[in-house]
Design a protein around this ligand. Sequence first.
Ligand code: GLC
Length: 538
Amino acid sequence: MLSKYHWWRDAVIYQVYVRSFLDSTGDGIGDLAGVRAGLPYLKKLGVDGIWLSPFYPSPQHDHGYDVADYCGVDPLFGDLAEFDLLMAAARRLGIRVLLDIVPNHCSSEHPWFRAALAAEPGSPARARFHFADGRGPDGSEPPNNWHAMFGGPAWTRADDGQWYLHMFTPEQPDWNWRDPEVAAEFDRVLRFWLDRGVDGFRIDVAAGLYKHPELPDSDDPEADARTRDSVNPLAWNQPEVHDVWRWWRAVCEEYTVRDGRERLLVGEVSVPTAREHALYVRPDELHQAFFFDLLGAPWEADAFRKVISEAMEDIAGTGSTVTWVLNNHDQVRTVTRYGEPATEGSGLGPARARAAALLMLALPGAAYIYQGEELGLPEVVDLPDDVLTDPIFRRTGSRARIRDGCRVPLPWSGQASPFGFTSGAESAKPWLPQPEYFAEYATDRALADTRSFWHLYRDGLQLRASLPQLGEGTLRWLDTPPGVLAFTRGDGLVCAVNFGTAPTPAPVSGTPLLSSGPCPPGVLPAATAGWWLADTGL
Ligand code: GLC
């Protein structure tokens, strides 16, 4: 399995949010040894690889996306020896391992940033970041009007009066990629982990890194914070960033030439159109970039069809494959997202989330699953204010309760919190409280119940691995009534989804392979998806 070339083109990768996966030490925080213990579970599920959220030394202002040392392991999560054990165990099971690398910014505790604060204005140490004098007679106004993604100004004043740029929190200063030392340092970091055997990297904020060289004022400075997306055209998506991805791709190729194992770079690329997105996955740049438009689409047939068609046309046209994603650690989980408005009836969110999963797994290309998605976990919407840790909450004056609800530690077994998440005493407390209803979603129950989300994902992954029609390739839409989508994949495989609220005739006659809910013969019920092998050519 590990020798399959271009394995990444249709790989299914499971995102492990390390602090919420499995805790081996009893401190209520998941860790690398916990991930190692969970690998057989993931093998059984049938994923090709895992992406580990950041576990590097960090003051954890943004749960590790504020990196103080790119080549270490935070004691919260283990140490390098434990990392090596995890790599070896994953290799034995044929599970590839991707790390999360954060090149747009570091932690304000990073030694280079501390050195920059201690250095003079205009010094080489400051040139690695964006330091600038303020405006106004005494320089007390920030150098430009940009706002940070998580709210508030994008500049913070240092003790000596200069300002530094941070597109996220003040504890996450942005690197200046126009300084060659920064690029060289990341080359060293990549090689450090590649030498330890990793299969690639998920790249945080991959449309970031470079800013407009003059850092001019923006016409709409609050657009990023308002949309929670990287839309400020002066701060993101600058043409120079593509040179970095060419460089990193060349580093990966160098390792492949050496040992024949293909490495993967997958970017978190948030740009306005599928066409711009496609530029990031040109043959000498990133292998993959998450296609977030599917995640952002409302539960409507037309909206899904539009984003899927655009992706197939613009991205698959580059020679890359589309990288589909429905959930991650920054977004409200599908079960809850598709369940709104709640008045439409309970059970709708889970049914739609199951249907969306089958749709995603039938699409041509690669797919990413976020931990807990395979259990059908809902978003935890009623966490009390005093346990919330997402910096967005704090930086929006407690208005935006956005990202904690999808990060609650996984339930593994039992009837009460910690549901087997921590190996500590019964009284051990997970870092975010788990609601009582998590008992219904625990992995032991999910594995024992063939109607569970887990079995749907497992069956879908097994079919994907065994049917040549699935994975890479193309799709062709079939004619369907409003509110229904159906497409063929290769030789007679049909996937159909009923987005509506009433049953519809199944758009194909053939052998049913898998459905997201009960499907009487010839019928596709509301909020249901199915896969068939068609009787006749389509
Ligand atoms: C990415 C991560 C998010 C993090 C941000 C800043 O969007 O997915 O969790 O807060 O980058 O690093």
